[in-house]
Write a protein that binds this ligand. Structure first.
Ligand code: SF4
Length: 639
């Protein structure tokens, strides 16, 4: 019996209505770890290139890891991995909450789902058993209604449900999957993949305890965290008190709060949509994910001017910025209502906000008119219009049908110069951190295989001249010993980005919540290694764990290369090369020549050739020579 993981992976073929179990060996687990890395392994091995993401050959993997689910703050995450219907590239979405741990308690480390059910179905997993059940009665329901109906049908209120709403059923390309109604596997359209398979939900209940080699050590580190994080970490008390919404005011004061589709980074209404305002008005309580003492999740309730249902939680920083300031909306209740609707219908709040902001800028530039919007006055700042658009996108009504395709496709369809307002990388909408301000964000958006994603490396802020000793000490084990200017992009910054990228990628493999494990936050890298060692019984090291991260980055890149992505796809939208219009960062922009040089240097640094293809030598070093053979098979090493 292994420690930390179950050694069992569930396979589901919806076309054949077949459920089987496989038991990979320790070599497999020690190479791929879990989460995004484990998922990428199956996508590369079992999905041919150019498979239609909505086709029955498309695979979606729900993956825990060798350590997730132990009762320690920050171990609540799991990942879904799939080919994105939004970008055509590989995708991983992470969510905390309760689904990942419950899957482990039910006896499985991951679920691989392929095929397409003839009729709406849901998957029921309980204590080592699984069955495909009829979901005809819950198709067309919201995530909340579906969760209630499944729990009632199965007679257990404690069942954890990961499911989709109408947006997933309607194949909105950025539909998400929700667990417990408020924890979203948010980005890149995993919900639409489930919708295309007629899979409404996965319900899980387990009673198994995770076997740990040295439980005492694990629990004593967890106890130390819970007793001290509020006192010691300069960031974590803010997280407990205000949630991630604590970032609204600092982002605005430093000129990087996306406003009116990234025209500027300063929003005059920021205080009205801040974490402080939420705490003082509509906050019901903070909530935790499984075993987490941070309790950063928000639950809000309101009656005026919109009724907001607390069962769908409350808005995070990203949601507030994308549906608030980026749409010019300064009404926190409207933003909370839009958040509720996104969770109810199963929409990614980031891409939804980005699509609405895109449409607002098109409207203000007369690319679309009231005739297109159904008489809605879609100007920046119109809160009612923003809320209405969320419904229209989820239901694919009117112009919502075009926006449901994502800004890239929507701009192509609208024409008339709409492309310049479509802010995306590789088709994924830019989230709520301005890449013109912080260089790690510039590099993260440009070079990430999944597209514009803000959690691919630590942002620069904590590591600039004058950095506080608490942060500095925590990153020294990585060889990061000098602070660098916020926006500089030189060889030292690229090296630092690469080091952080491996850390974040390792966390996505082990399914660690970045809010507890960011290298500068509370847990130290040494404590992480101690915990992985104590959970799995492996005599492991930071070096070995970082290899998980490097492996994931290389596999993701290889998947995209096989799909036909090229160096040209590593680029930012044109707006990022134009100056920010106002505020403390007025005039700041990304330098194109410097970015080109940075991309070339990064490729060399990570062992990719000048076209951005991972070399055979690098893949062999990562024990991924089979991936090099796969690229060879598809002629990806030939010019
Ligand atoms: S830090 Fe916040 S998001 Fe992360 S596991 Fe804890 S409560 Fe959940």
């Amino acid at each position: 019996m292994p420690f930390g993981y179950n050694g069992k992976i569930l396979r589901v073929d919806l076309s054949r209505k077949e459920v089987t179990v496989e038991e990979p060996d320790e070599y497999f687990y020690r190479t791929y770890g879990g989460g995004a890395c484990l998922g990428a392994h199956y996508l590369l091995k079992e999905m041919s290139p150019e498979v239609d993401p909505f086709g029955s050959d498309s695979i979606i993997v729900f993956a825990g890891s060798v350590v997730n689910g132990v009762p320690v703050p920050g171990f609540a995450r799991s990942a879904i991995v799939f080919k994105s219907p939004l970008t055509g590239a590989i995708a991983d979405s992470q969510a905390a909450g309760y689904f990942g741990p419950e899957l482990k308690f039910a006896g499985f480390d991951a679920i691989i789902i392929k095929g397409k059910s003839k009729k709406p179905a849901y998957l029921w997993i309980r204590d080592g058993e699984a069955e495909i059940r009829d979901a005809s009665g819950i198709w067309g329901k919201t995530t909340g209604e579906a969760q209630d109906m499944i729990r009632t049908e199965l007679g257990d209120e404690r069942i954890i449900v990961a499911g989709i709403g109408q947006a997933g059923e309607n194949l909105v390309r950025y539909a998400c999957v929700l667990n417990n109604l408020k924890h979203a596997y948010g980005r890149l359209g995993g919900g639409a993949i489930m919708g295309s398979k007629n899979l409404k939900a996965i319900a899980v209940r387990g009673h198994k305890k995770i076997n740990m080699k040295d439980k005492e050590t694990v629990l004593s580190i967890a106890k130390h965290f819970s007793t001290n994080f509020m006192k010691e970490s300069p960031t974590d008390s803010g997280l407990r008190n205000l949630g991630t919404a604590k970032d609204v005011i600092p982002q605005n004061e430093t000129g990087q709060l996306p406003t009116r589709n990234f025209q500027t980074g300063y929003f005059e209404g920021a205080e009205k949509i801040s974490g402080q305002r939420m705490r003082d008005t509509i906050l019901v309580r903070g909530e935790a994910c499984y075993a987490c003492s941070v309790r950063c999740k928000r639950v809000v309730k309101a009656t005026e001017p919109y009724e907001v249902d607390p069962i769908y939680g409350g808005p995070e920083y990203e949601t507030i910025a994308m549906l608030g300031s980026n749409c010019g909306v300064d009404d926190l209740v409207a933003v909370s209502k839009a958040n509720e609707l996104c969770n109810k219908y199963g929409l990614d709040t980031i891409s939804t906000g980005a699509n609405i902001a895109f449409a607002m800028e098109c409207y203000e530039n007369e690319i679309i008119s009231k005739k297109d919007t159904g008489e809605i006055d879609l100007r920046f700042g119109n809160a009612d219009a923003m809320v209405k658009m969320v419904e229209m996108i989820a239901k694919r009504e009117g112009i919502g049908d075009i926006l449901a395709e994502g800004v890239k496709r929507a701009a192509e369809k609208l024409g008339k110069g709409a492309e310049k307002f479509a802010l995306h990388v590789k088709g994924e909408e830019v989230p709520a951190h301005d890449p013109r301000v912080q260089a790690h964000v510039t590099l993260g958006y440009t070079l990430s295989s999944i597209g514009a994603d803000h959690i691919r490396a630590a942002h620069d802020g904590a590591f600039t001249p004058g950095w506080i000793p608490y942060f500095a000490e925590r990153v020294k084990p990585l060889g990061i010993i000098e602070p660098l200017e916020l926006s500089s992009i030189d060889h030292r910054k690229i090296r630092r980005f690469r080091y952080f990228q491996n850390v974040f990628s390792m966390q996505d493999t082990l399914n660690l919540c970045l809010l507890a494990f960011l290298p500068a936050f509370y847990f130290t890298l040494g404590e992480l290694v101690d915990m992985v060692r104590a959970i799995t019984g492996w005599e492991t090291s930071l070096w070995e764990l970082l290899k998980f991260g490097e492996r994931r980055v290389a596999m993701f890149r290889a998947f995209n290369v096989r799909e036909g992505f090229t160096k040209e796809d590593d680029w930012l939208p044109e707006r990022m090369f134009e100056g920010i219009l106002s505020g403390p960062r007025k005039g700041q922009k990304v330098d194109k020549d410097k970015l080109r040089e940075a991309i070339d240097l990064y490729y060399e640094m990570v062992g990719w050739n000048k076209d951005g293809v991972p070399t055979k030598g690098k893949l062999a070093e990562l024990d991924l020579f089979w991936v090099a053979k796969e690229l060879d098979k598809h002629d990806k090493y030939k010019k």
